[in-house]
Design a protein around this ligand. Structure first.
Ligand code: PTJ
Length: 266
């Protein structure tokens, strides 16, 4: 079903429209079948979070914006899920933060790379790295297909934005000394735990906010941007994300209990 066919009156219209975008991405060869599973896991966490951008996510977004602006060589890594969900926002972010775009897939295939490149081109991307094998370089620290990176992009990057990432690559990139920023609805995932900055939010809500924040911070001095990054503590932020879920579930459990008439009627 195309996203426009989802009735806006449906109580879960937003969630269904996001699903429809991913299914469309799958049908045109952009998203992998594994990407649909990954989305299901994300959806479950979003349900627990309350499908809203939390204060701790906003703090992480601010630190991410400052970090991208500070990077000498910031690279936004594009996979099949983000290409289906937020292609325009990614291309905008590359422009506003002067970052490069690189297609880097876990379930790598030439066909998917080409399909993603087309989606990015359709929304205004002029240059995308990762496609030309002439520039391919292998990072031994990474074991998946993601170890093949572009010499002009991820290989030399100091700041890398890797939304919806797998734990192995995050670990590998951190080991290489890169500043890793991720978006992950699961605060317990290995990626969320390993990254330098984890935005615990749905990528469809986080990206527009990240773009707006980059635009707001663009004129700030290097010192002031550095101050924002230095003040950010990812472990504390993740702890707040987990506490948020905890509080929310406690509140819901109490409200549920209050509905009880007392005892199980025979
Ligand atoms: O396109 P490819 O081949 O590069 O593959 C992309 C996927 C996402 C399939 C690949 O990176 C993968 O397998 O990722 P994981 O290890 O399943 O991790 C994805 C993480 O993203 C999980 O922790 C999910 O909870 C989270 N997630 C899923 N959907 C969203 C999300 N986080 C934010 N926003 C979402 N919409």
């Amino acid at each position: 079903m195309h996203e426009n066919k989802v009735s806006l009156k449906h109580p879960r219209a937003t969630s269904l429209r996001i699903r429809a975008k991913l299914v469309h991405g799958f049908e045109i060869g952009v998203t992998s079948a594994f990407g649909l599973f990954a989305h299901g896991r994300g959806e479950a966490f979003d349900y627990l979070i309350g499908e809203n951008t939390t204060d701790n996510a906003k703090q992480a977004i601010k630190a991410a914006a400052a970090s991208l602006l500070l990077g000498q060589n910031s690279v936004l890594s594009v996979n099949g899920n983000v290409a289906a969900l937020v292609p325009e926002e990614l291309v905008k972010l590359a422009k506003t933060s002067k970052a490069k775009l690189e297609i880097n897939l876990y379930h790598r295939s030439k066909e998917r790379e080409e399909a993603i490149w087309k989606v990015l081109q359709d929304v205004g991307a002029k240059e995308v790295y990762g496609l030309d094998s002439k520039y391919h370089e292998t990072i031994p620290e990474i074991h998946s297909e993601r170890r093949i990176v572009d010499h002009r992009g991820l290989f030399i990057a100091d700041v890398v934005f890797v939304p919806l990432e797998d734990g192995d690559r995050t670990e590998g990139l951190v080991r290489l000394g890169k500043r890793v920023i991720t978006v992950d609805l699961n605060p317990l995932s290995r990626t969320a735990q390993m990254a330098g900055i984890t935005i615990v939010d749905n990528v469809v809500r986080a990206l527009p906010l990240l773009n707006a924040t980059v635009r707001k911070l663009r004129k700030e001095s290097v010192e002031s941007l550095q101050n924002i990054v230095d003040k950010f503590d990812n472990q504390q932020n993740l702890s707040q994300a987990i506490q948020h879920i905890n509080r929310r579930l406690n509140g819901l459990a109490k409200a549920q209990g209050a509905q009880s008439a007392g005892g199980n009627p025979e």
